[in-house]
Design a protein around this ligand. Sequence first.
Ligand code: SF4
Length: 252
Amino acid sequence: MTSGIIFSIEEFAIHDGPGIRTTVFLKGCPLRCTWCHNPEGQSFEPEEMVKRGERSVCGEEYSPEALSAKLLRNEGIFRMNGGGVTFTGGEPLSQSGFLVSVLELLDGRIHTAIETSGFARKEVFREVLGHLDLVMMDLKMIDKDRHRKWTGVSNALILRNFETLASSGKPFIIRIPLIPGVNDDEANLEATAALLEGIPSLQRVELLPYHKTAGAKYPMVFREYDPGFDTEASPRLDISPFERRNIKTMIL
Ligand code: SF4
């Protein structure tokens, strides 16, 4: 089975899905969102990191068996409180062979969720979707040119995978990082809300306002944080496009 590279495993997480969860961070992402607050998750390779003066290697190889055994150690705790495991990153769909192998070993034993940008080939998206209980997917921007400018990639694949998700009946949450002057404008939020209107399996929308501490980790991986927008500004927090369409919305 394909091994995977993980850069963090956080136990007892409470914001990454229902109940108490273990959150697994898979290394590597094909996007380059300028506001990304996990720069150590972008490269697919293990890399040197300096944290509080201590040097370490960020990224560790796991076999599917080793990771699933580690996750199943908390099976009883997950069962007691309706929790489970959430795979995030980076972009977990970029290590889909590894991810599917782990999900097959967990199948039916614990609740599984993913946090994803939705950027993956449609066959990959469909295959992983079939093994999950919950999908948390970002919709960062609907306009394709703006999406490419701020994330480095087109959103064509993402929107196609969103259609697959919306028609699958699988419970899902849409997350929107709200970035000041980038995607917090009325046109983008209206277009996003219109896309989401009337989908029965949509549980809710979660808005994640930008926080200026997002750049804190860049020096740890020897990079400069230069996101190209006013990092002192606060994003517009307008949930009315969603409310008007009866879409449950939370600001995290
Ligand atoms: S998709 Fe997520 S992990 Fe990837 S660059 Fe964007 S914010 Fe960072």
